[in-house]
Ligand binder design. Structure first.
Ligand code: MLC
Ligand code: AMP
Length: 514
């Protein structure tokens, strides 16, 4: 069997001189390529010593650190499946993911060990380790006893590398199963498409529990043997200061908006940079234009999903191999990437002509295998001829540029994080005295979009919006909390009695922008 382990391909790209710097952190540490190689070998040996089968899930909820990235590499290396979890998730959210994925290993911050281990042991997990962002924790202590030599476990392209939980259209979160082949094909293609060069340096300022920071950014740098400037948290001033030593930056639109608010963002500050990439949420044309004016650089916007990694991208430069490549166009997400099939479909399932708006469907080596233990859901989300229904609504123009105009899925994207109104409504509806609720997304100058809750009380009950928000905060990840909550006497309904969310969105549209 030939080797398709994603780690093997990333490792093969390491530079000849393993003692050069691979990662430089914001607290003054330098990790060489040899450090990544040895530390991931030790952790991979530890995972294998646990006597758990190949394909076991390793669920990880830890603060951002280089060691957390090494744990990701070690998991691939050992033929296990990485399951990253947002650090904002609270116990009921973690309970669901751990119960559903049944990980053999759970790694958490030591401050959360009490409640996380309780959930994990209840779900049958045998091994719970801690890992903190100051290079401490039982994971590192245990790994220190293992050899720094390790032979990467053979994997087929179709073997599972990671599970990313995402809610999609309705119901509970679904685990999107991504294979080694999904991610390697995407990473190799993007290296070429985005013109990665020898000497490129990436500023890594995103969290590492979603596609953008974990896969697109890390794979992009590693497969090009590029150094990463590793920021534990996004700080606009620090990113601008680091631009003098870097060439590539990736961010969600909120990061660009926040950097534009800094007077230090100038052409001079950005002159060493080669490429600014944005995605995960719509980039406003105003942000796109202002960035060009202030820095002289045109942001390259691309579009992707947890289920598919990257799907479309604006061009890096005009390139004869991709006949239609031309300029980066604000307001569009560019062209389907090489190997990605993309079509726009109407409600009857017919492919629409140029310029017409419909549901976006995609196909390609990057598209995930299935939803974890949900064969019915998986079937629903694919067409008979193998296209995945993204839930995004868009159009393709005559030159092939794709524009996303909306979503058929009821989803709010806030600062690059997905928030599912149905989930929040479920929590509000369970509160005493609540008759019904609706959560809608409205424009926000910083986060792009935020949730607003509109609630009806049961007859005779007096509710307070602030109390509802406080109650939600005690149960849910902070980014999911609606920024405002209104208690009203009725919700707008259509003739079928369905709440008309479009009217609510309209009613509250200027709440944060007026
Ligand atoms: C933080 N807050 C948010 C929020 N992030 N509210 C709404 N949406 C968000 N995204 C709130 C917190 O609840 C808190 O509120 C307050 O802001 C301060 O929290 P914080 O953690 O200190 O915030 P900050 O560090 O400023 O974080 C903002 C951010 C972060 C933009 C840096 O959200 C972020 O890193 N976003 C990137 C998400 C990302 O990587 N997405 C990629 C998905 S992959 P309070 O009330 O408690 O004080 C994907 C596929 C693809 O979509 O195509 O890439
Ligand atoms: P996630 O499930 O977190 O991976 O989020 C994927 C969703 O983010 C997509 O289905 C889109 O709705 C949205 N998205 C990603 N990139 C873009 C973009 N450049 N413009 C608009 N929406 C985007």
């Amino acid at each position: 069997m030939s080797q398709h382990n994603l780690f093997a391909a990333l490792r093969a790209a390491f530079p000849k001189d393993l003692d050069t710097v691979a990662v430089e952190t914001d607290n003054g540490l330098n990790y060489s390529w040899r450090d990544l190689e040895r530390a991931s070998a030790m952790m991979a040996n530890l995972l294998q010593s646990l006597d758990i089968p190949l394909g076991s899930r390793v669920a990880v909820q830890v603060e951002k650190s280089v060691e957390a990235m090494v744990l990701y590499l070690a998991t691939l290396r050992a033929g296990m499946v990485f399951l990253p979890l947002n650090t904002a998730y609270q116990s009921s959210e973690i309970e669901y993911f751990v119960g559903n994925a049944e990980p053999a290993v759970v790694v958490c911050s030591s401050k959360n060990f009490g409640w996380v281990s309780k959930i994990a042991f209840k779900a049958g997990t045998q091994h719970v380790f801690t890992l903190d962002d100051d290079r401490t924790g039982s994971l590192l202590q245990r790994a220190a006893h293992h050899s720094d030599q390790h032979t990467t476990v053979l994997q087929k392209a179709d073997d599972l590398a990671a599970i990313l939980y995402t809610s999609g259209t309705t119901g509970r979160s679904k685990g999107a199963m991504l294979t080694h082949g999904n991610m390697l094909s995407n990473a190799q293609m993007l290296k070429d498409y985005w013109g990665w060069k020898t000497g490129d340096v990436l500023i890594h300022a995103l969290p590492i529990f979603h596609v953008h920071g974990l896969f697109v950014a890390i794979h992009g740098a590693l497969i090009n043997a590029s150094k990463m400037i590793w920021l534990s948290k996004f700080d606009p001033k620090l990113v601008i200061a680091k631009m003098a030593e870097a060439t590539v930056f990736m961010g969600v639109p909120t990061l660009y908006v926040r950097m534009l608010a800094e007077p230090g963002l100038t052409r001079e500050a950005a002159k060493h940079m080669r490429l600014f990439i944005a995605g995960s949420a719509p980039l406003l044309i105003e942000t796109f234009n202002e960035w060009t004016q202030r820095t002289g650089h045109t942001i390259l916007e691309r579009y992707g999903m947890s289920e598919t990694v990257m799907l479309t991208s604006n061009p890096y430069a005009a390139d004869a191999r991709y006949e239609h490549q031309a300029e980066r166009r604000g307001g569009t997400v560019g062209f389907p990437l090489p190997g990605v099939g993309l079509r726009v479909i109407n409600d009857e399932g017919q492919t629409l002509p140029v310029g017409e708006i419909g549901g976006i469907q995609v196909k390609g080596p990057n598209v995930f295998k299935a939803y974890w233990r949900m064969p019915e859901k998986t079937k629903e989300e694919f067409t008979a001829d193998g296209f995945f229904k993204t839930g995004d609504v868009g159009k393709v123009d005559a030159r092939g540029y794709v524009t996303i105009v909306g979503r058929s899925k009821d989803l709010i994207i806030s600062g690059g994080y997905n928030v599912y109104p149905a989930e929040i409504e479920g929590y509000i509806n369970d509160m005493p005295g609540v008759a019904e609720s609706a959560v809608v997304g409205v424009q926000h100058p910083d986060f792009g979009e935020v949730g607003v809750a509109v609630v009806i009380a049961k007859s005779g009950v007096i509710l307070s919006g602030d109390n509802i928000i406080a109650d939600l905060k005690s149960q849910l990840a902070n980014f999911k909390i609606p920024k405002r909550c209104f208690v009203v006497t009725e919700l707008p309904r259509n003739t079928m009695s369905k709440v008309q969310k479009n009217l609510l969105r309209d009613q509250y549209k200027d709440l944060f922008t007026a």
